[in-house]
Design a protein around this ligand. Structure first.
Ligand code: ZN
Ligand code: ZN
Length: 563
């Protein structure tokens, strides 16, 4: 993957007293957020998340930030601050801890609890946790940290203030400004104002919704829609949402109580996360409402509510299996209602519509964000961001979290509130920003590619392996085996040709056998005797023929054996 900034070279030495910011993920993409701060030879990391693979990453389970830029300096890491418990902020932490297990982990109670269940899955036990909450101030080496409450689509999210000798940074993490959130915990604009008065040298701001005009709708606006659904439904209700969306699940529980229904969770991450949220008091489960999924199946359909994972059409999720009628105990029936109470992540459209069609085919009524207000975003829209800029009045702004279009839209908002052009830095992954003498500027770039997790392998699969997989998946392959006499150079056996994923009979290849023999004779006569070059000759002949006669570009694997 070529870096979008070929003009940049490696950054020079950081000037004494300066602060360096090295974004290793999440800038120029939505996912795998990770930012490194360097001051006086010491490092602080904010977030360490994963990116979920798309269709052009066949076989890949997860994509991690590239730790290469700090790999030989992991001993200098003072702490890893986790702003909230979403996968794109905590998901890569186990992989970082495999490289240094005792990096202090700093986050809110819920964030660290969600992380902890992940660390246990990875059998990481000797980890160091510092639980913080809003208002706390804590020092790690030269980094003086303060935490500020922010509202987001998961409870207990924090913004972080980083004070160093180079100045004050306010990093929002993911946030929005719902003024009437379910838990009453709003983004602390009074703290933003106080820190702004002190002087914010660099404001790092969530860009995800910077292109969206106005204000993000309050989570509570979903309640009347859910009420309507529950009111009209005469049979089972299935609600699919993100397994970390505690407040969305809270609203479903409340509606179920109101309508005298019982609720069961389906999907491992839903069961696990909601148990954590309940144990810690972030989810209020009224007595008697929650039952085991198998118990629920024994109740009358009009008493049942299932809260399920799979809102993105994930093929192995409970909801997908329900839609295909091969779930082991949830059998979708005509008249059931299915609510997809979540966003539609770009790239997942086909999978989600496949699930909706599957459910509808069995006669279910499907309510989704395309036909009802059953989802609101977790990120601040343009209007909210403008408020933030006007309240904080930062000296420099660096948009974070988002694709380049989101970063640019966010930068434009900052400028409109009066932040001078030269004080707004647009940096994508790997672009290094230095804060020196109160001015943030681009200092160079570090390498920061995709690191693919595939089964138990981390970082072994490369972009070129994926290209091979795509070719294999889309075009199939042809193998050609030729035996060449090592003395005369004449073809002594074959060519033997086999194909897979290529919708032709093997006899199709009969016509190309003689041209392969002729081509080999020709290059041998010219003095070529090395197996690699003979293989390249076979590849060229077969490649040209298959392209011309079949309009295909399969993977061609020539094997020349000298005997
Ligand atoms: Zn988030
Ligand atoms: Zn995020």
């Amino acid at each position: 993957m070529p870096h979008p900034h070929p003009e940049l070279s490696a950054p020079g030495e950081l000037v004494p007293g300066g602060l360096r910011i090295i974004p290793l993920g999440g800038l120029g993409e939505v996912g795998r957020n990770m930012t490194v701060f360097e001051y006086d030879g010491r490092l602080l990391i904010v977030d360490c998340g994963v990116l979920f693979p798309e269709e052009h990453h066949p076989g890949v389970d997860l994509i991690l930030p590239d730790f290469e830029a700090i790999r030989d300096r992991l001993d200098a890491v003072e702490a890893l601050v986790l702003t909230h418990g979403h996968e794109d902020h905590i998901g890569a932490t186990p992989f970082l801890l495999r490289e240094r297990g005792d990096i202090p982990l700093v986050g809110s109670e819920l964030t660290l609890a969600l992380l902890d269940s992940k660390l246990r899955e990875h059998r990481l036990r000797e980890t160091v946790h510092h639980t913080v909450s809003e208002g706390h101030r804590l020092t790690f080496g030269p980094f003086d940290l303060e935490f500020v409450a922010v509202n987001h689509s998961i409870p207990d999210a924090l913004a972080v203030v980083i004070r160093t000798g180079a100045g004050v940074i306010l990093h929002t993490g993911d946030f929005k400004m719902d003024q009437l959130p379910l838990d009453g915990r709003i983004t602390d604009l009074r703290a933003f104002a106080r820190i702004g008065e002190e002087g914010v040298d660099l404001f790092m701001v969530d860009s995800t919704n910077a292109e969206v005009p106005g204000f993000t709708t309050s989570e509570q606006e979903i309640a009347p829609v859910l009420e309507q659904v529950f009111h009209e439904s005469r049979q089972r209700i299935i609600v699919a949402c993100f397994a970390s969306h505690v407040h969305r699940v809270q609203q479903i529980l409340d509606a179920a109580v109101e309508h005298d229904r019982k609720v069961a969770y389906v999907g491992r991450s839903m069961v696990r996360n909601m148990a954590i949220a309940r144990d810690l008091g972030y989810l209020n489960v009224p007595p008697g409402v929650l039952v085991d999924a198998k118990e629920l199946a024994d109740l009358a359909p009009e008493k049942q509510v299932l809260v399920s994972t799979g809102s993105q059409g994930e093929p192995l999720s409970a909801l997908s299996r329900i839609a295909q009628r091969n779930h082991h105990f949830v059998h979708i029936e005509e008249g059931d209602t299915v609510v997809l109470a979540s966003s539609l992540i770009p790239g997942n459209e086909n999978a989600v519509y496949r699930v909706i069609n599957g459910l509808a085919r069995w006669g279910a009524k499907v309510v989704h964000r395309g036909n009802a207000l059953v989802h609101v975003s977790g990120h601040a829209s343009a209007g909210e961001l403008l408020y933030c800029y006007n309240i904080v009045r930062p000296r420099n702004v660096m948009p974070v979290h988002g694709e380049i279009r989101h970063l640019l839209a966010n930068a434009a908002l900052a400028r409109r509130t009066g932040v001078p052009d030269e004080n707004v830095v647009i940096a994508e992954d790997g672009v290094v920003v230095d804060l020196v003498d109160g001015l943030a500027t681009i200092a160079g770039k570090v390498n920061c590619g995709y690191v693919f997790v595939d089964g138990s392998s981390v970082g072994d699969i490369t972009e070129s392996d994926l290209k091979d997989r795509r070719i294999l998946g889309e075009e199939g392959f042809i193998s050609v085996i030729v035996v060449v006499d090592s003395v005369t150079g004449k073809v002594a056996g074959g060519p033997e040709i086999h194909a897979r994923g290529f919708a032709e009979d093997d006899s199709t290849f009969d016509e190309i056998k003689q041209p392969i023999i002729d081509a080999l004779d020709r290059v041998v006569a010219e003095g070529v005797d090395d197996a690699y070059q003979l293989q390249q000759t076979v590849r060229r002949v077969v490649g040209r023929w298959v392209n011309q006669t079949h309009r295909r570009r399969p993977m061609i694997i020539p094997v020349v054996i000298e005997a």
